[in-house]
Design a protein around this ligand. Structure first.
Ligand code: 4NP
Length: 155
């Protein structure tokens, strides 16, 4: 079993989108018994909340159901539990590295390292317009395909 944790700031926009998109891809490929998917935030603001309604709506248009997800904060045990802890932006990554125990087994890096697109970060859509949520989905779909290809070689 390989375990993947997607991480953003609030766990209500970007990482739940990655969670829903990657879970659907894993399930379509009949790999749900081999790949476990979860998401979390570096901040505590939204613990227990469902994803942002704009993220839920944009994802639903593309066939992803995010409605049952609930926000949680990253904990130190996540770095022992998960094989991949993947940040949406460089600030998330630096926060993750600052709390990652030395003994951790997880690969801690940027999610977009798994796409060939010439971008590093999934921009935070929270304070922007609707286009930001579509852009998040475009980046997440591309990186999800690349991540699955990468993990399949390890199964
Ligand atoms: P996320 O977006 O990190 O993609 O979930 C945000 C959600 C909430 C806030 C910031 C970013 N906030 O400041 O409450």
């Amino acid at each position: 079993m390989k375990k993947v944790l997607f991480v953003c700031l609030g766990n209500i926009c970007r990482s739940p989108t990655a969670d829903g998109v990657f879970k659907k891809l894993v399930s379509t490929q009949r790999l749900h018994n081999k790949i476990y998917v979860d998401s979390a935030g570096t901040a505590a603001y939204h613990i227990g909340n469902p994803p942002d309604s704009r993220s839920i709506a944009a994802a639903k248009q593309r066939g992803y159901d995010l409605s049952s997800l609930r926000a949680r904060q990253v904990i130190s045990a996540d770095f022992e539990e998960f094989d991949y802890v993947l940040a949406m932006d460089n600030e998330n990554l630096s926060n993750l590295k600052s709390i990652c125990p030395e003994s951790a087994k997880a690969y801690v890096g940027l999610f977009l390292d798994f796409t060939a697109l010439p971008v590093d970060e999934v921009p935070d859509p929270y304070y922007g317009g609707e286009g930001g949520f579509e852009h998040v989905l475009d980046l997440v779909e591309s990186a999800s395909a690349g991540l699955l290809q990468h993990i399949q070689k390890e199964l």
